[in-house]
Design a protein around this ligand. Sequence first.
Ligand code: NAP
Ligand code: ZN
Length: 348
Amino acid sequence: MISARGWAAHSPTSPLVPFSFERRDPGPHDVQIKIRWCGICHSDLHQARDDWDGSLYPMVPGHEIVGDVVATGAQVTRVKRGDAAAVGCMVDSCRTCRPCKAGLEQYCDEGATWTYNCHERDGVTLTQGGYSDVIVVDEAFVLAMPNNLDLSAAAPLLCAGITTWSPLVHWKTGPGMEVGVAGIGGLGHMGIKLARALGARVVAITTSPAKAAEAHRLGAHEVLLSTDAAAMERNRRRFPLVLDTIPVSHDVTPYLDLLDIDGSLVIVGAFTEIVPPPRGTALVGGRKRLTGSGIGGIRETQEMLDFCGTHGITADVERIDIATVNEAWARMQRGDVRYRFVIDMATL
Ligand code: NAP
Ligand code: ZN
């Protein structure tokens, strides 16, 4: 076994604290990665706090992992020692069901093996995430990093990037299309950058007037303040697609009203009940869709990384020492992050 060090939550109410644990020795198909950077996703906080129920402790969060390959099993072909490599939200899946065969491992019939807060496929061993110094992952779930991107700023692509990329591509975002992105945090700011790079006209939809100027810098053509009822009314029936990254349950009807006929409101943030339920006429009056999307498959994640390499796209990050991780979580909860915290694992 490999001894690993990280920071873990031990209950829904306890802060993250230093924690030692073990990783398996790399098997023939495994890649051992020395973690250099790990992004902080709002999902880390939700799961540590058991917001979605069923959390498993001790929990080392982190699923925006980049680092260096330090060892590979004999059968590994995708990466080699010394390469920069990455791991996102999944470390395995059944690999045989219809979704897995279609490259939709995140929707595996048996449930994907999440990078943390999950059991390995043996049903016993807890997975542990990237707020740690080393990880061992089957090469089928390891991503190759483009060599022109700053690794610390690229780490958030592994979750914030793919979670916005997948619905943007699924709903055929491109030139001539207007896309709204609601909630300009880690996911939302990537949604703006990616939708813009795909050629769409992008409108940032925010509750924060202070983010208006920054949204333009991130690539938004326009900003819509969701708290301004008159402005929301002027944008009725405008968008074929709105990505909703708001991390809590909220009234979705005002966002449905922004959709054009046949438009789709894609929920990526609210995992618990959607309260209040949408107004029926907001759906019926325009054949609208209230839908959702979860991360993206492995092949699709590699495509997104390669696209970001070609277009030079990374996240706007604030690099932090792991000693300040609890403070960073508190700031994220207050919406005080521009736009992703990334932990420097050298500080572990
Ligand atoms: P984040 O960085 O905290 O950003 C969320 C943004 O939503 C905030 O910056 C804020 O933007 C807005 N917001 C926050 N509270 C709000 C409220 N009460 N009402 C309206 N707007 C609010 O979070 P994130 O890391 O981007 O994650 C967003 C959500 O996506 C989380 O729930 C996370 O768990 C989920 N997620 C889902 C997937 C998936 O596969 N579907 C993957 C990763 C994360 P403004 O200031 O612009 O309003
Ligand atoms: Zn995430």
